[in-house]
Design a protein around this ligand. Structure first.
Ligand code: CA
Length: 221
């Protein structure tokens, strides 16, 4: 597994790089955002460990400059910024997970291994998971063969979460992806939307598939 470590503190960078190499990762190191950008443009990585507070170009800008989809590496943000807003901002910018400093090295390893286990995003027309079947072309969803009568937005939400299983979507990200330019849409309307989808799933006998990560957003594992 190839990993790019982006951290401006030399001490932390050296410690992490040593530990990660000992754990079997191939590690490149970058000390600032511009350097990180250069590595990302030139090489393919499985993972990026990314500090947010960086000289020359901050971590969020590095994240936003990364191409979406395709062979994009999985990004674990390591940051001293511990506010919900910081986490949400990083996740919305494309981070896959977020770890607040100070952290134990074992936790970095555990998070990386968890990210490695996540299924890749899929472009399939038919998505199936835990008895749910969603046919994106026919615009039909069912649970154990029983049709779910979803509104277009509930359907879009279910499709989004199924296509990116294991990824947490903040309300703002859901809003951006599925509510589009509708003027009435708000964080609150996303809560109502999630509630409606969960209720319909639950009525069909499908419980607890849409999870709520407090302060971060929603996901289907
Ligand atoms: Ca820093």
């Amino acid at each position: 597994m190839k990993l790019l470590l982006v951290e401006d503190s030399q001490r932390l960078r050296d410690t992490l790089a040593r530990g990660l190499r000992a754990a079997g990762f191939t590690v490149d190191v970058a000390a600032d955002g511009v350097e990180a950008n250069g590595f990302l443009a030139g090489f393919d990585y499985d993972f990026v460990l990314l500090d947010l507070g960086l000289p020359r170009m901050d971590g969020l800008s590095v994240l936003r400059a990364m191409p979406a989809g395709g062979a994009r590496p999985r990004v674990l943000v390591l940051s001293a910024r511990d506010q919900v807003n910081d986490r949400v901002e990083a996740l919305n910018a494309g981070a896959d997970d977020y770890l607040v400093k100070p952290f134990a090295f074992e936790e970095v390893l555990a998070r990386l291994h968890a990210l490695a286990r996540r299924p890749a995003e899929t472009r399939a027309d038919v998505l199936e998971h835990a008895g749910i079947k969603l046919d994106a072309r026919a615009h039909e969803a069912s649970f154990n063969g029983q049709r779910l009568n979803l509104t277009p937005r509930e359907f879009a939400l279910l499709e989004l979460l199924l296509r990116h299983r294991g990824r947490v979507f903040a309300r703002a990200a859901i809003l951006e992806r599925i509510a589009g330019s509708e003027s009435d849409a708000s964080d609150r309307s996303i809560e109502v939307l999630v509630f409606g989808l969960r209720r319909k799933l639950s009525e069909a006998g499908c419980e607890d598939v849409v999870e709520n990560r407090r302060g971060a957003g929603y996901l289907i594992r």
